[in-house]
Design a protein. Structure first.
Length: 325
């Protein structure tokens, strides 16, 4: 018995969310009194793989194949399944990321495993049964799911578990499972990354704006505030639909779901579809000139005022604070 964690990479590098899920998986392995094994798929350097030992992995299975240089969902699911079978892993942990959301159910089917996605806390363990807390109803509530199957798959929400260093010896083993042609019917031909921005799913701080900004020409102050905070930028659906901002910045029920430590909403009314994608945020700050805006009902802090007056003062205050600290 062991715990297996799938570690995503972006162009051969691991992101913070990867180390979060390894830290979580190590904690699960500790509760089960077993080892943590990581599986990496893609072209990742040995030095990068070795970092996983810093967060508790005792072994890393390194899959480096020309057929798997880019993400191919069915093939990756098959490789994770083969790794679990090889290592006798009955608990599989993944990040509840864009790729993880597709991989988790496929891996669960292959292993005939119980599945919990959107997990936010360590499971409670009793008689080989795991009870896992997860977000439900688009983040508006929590559910507790019992997994009593022999094999179990857990997908962890980003920013739900703190990085925990538990350094120890780690071995790196080349793993070359057979990749079937049937798993390669759909392949990725091109990947375009916004390398100059903080990725929204991984962001700890997010500054978002809506139609209250009146037009794309006013977005410079949002970007300036985000830069001052070291935050990612986001927007509401009407803004992306109007072409003011790119669609990859759209957060909400039909866009990207985020769970940062701080979410700043500027000029966004707070329609239920938008709230569904941001309600897992640890702290929500709302700036809106309409005191009746629905967003204020879920805000931890609210400022009733004109964004064009409030935001410049906020930027000025942040810069002044930073200059003295």
């Amino acid at each position: 018995m062991s715990v297996l964690v799938y570690v995503e990479n972006a162009e051969g590098k691991f992101k913070k969310s990867t180390f979060e899920v390894v830290s979580y998986a190590k904690a699960v392995a500790g509760l089960l009194n077993t080892d943590l094994i990581a599986i990496s798929i893609g072209d990742v350097m040995q030095d990068e793989l070795s970092i996983l030992g810093k967060y508790g992995a005792t072994k890393v299975l390194n899959v480096n194949s020309d057929k798997l240089k880019t993400f191919v969902i069915q093939a990756y699911a098959s490789v994770i399944f083969e790794a679990a079978r090889k290592e006798g892993s009955d608990v599989i942990v993944l990040a509840n990321s864009f790729s993880g959301k597709g991989l988790a159910p496929r891996v669960a089917v292959k292993l005939q495993a119980g599945l919990v996605d959107s997990a936010v806390e360590l499971p409670l363990i009793e008689n080989n049964k795991l009870t896992v807390k997860k977000t439900a109803f688009s983040g508006k509530a929590f559910a507790f799911v019992e997994l009593d199957s022999v094999n179990k798959v857990i997908a962890l929400n980003p920013n739900s578990f703190e990085l925990t260093e538990t350094p120890g010896a780690v071995s790196i083993e080349d793993f070359q499972p057979e990749v079937k042609d049937s798993d390669l019917r759909i392949t990725v031909t091109d990947v375009v990354r916004a390398t100059d921005k903080i990725a929204l799913p991984d962001a700890e701080l997010v500054v978002s704006a809506g139609r209250g900004l009146k037009g794309p020409e006013n977005w410079s102050m949002i970007e300036e505030l985000a830069e001052a905070l070291g935050a990612a930028t986001a927007c509401s659906k009407p803004v992306s639909d109007a072409g003011w901002r790119p669609h990859e910045e759209h957060v909400g029920q039909t866009g990207i779901a985020v769970s940062p430590n701080l979410y700043v909403a500027i000029g966004i009314s707070g329609a239920i579809q938008h709230l569904a994608g941001v309600s897992s945020s640890k702290t929500i700050v709302v700036i809106n000139k309409d005191p009746e805006a629905p967003f204020f009902k879920v805000a931890d802090y609210g400022i009733v005022g004109d964004a064009f007056e409030v935001v410049p003062k906020l930027i000025e205050s942040i810069k002044a604070y930073k200059s003295h600290h």
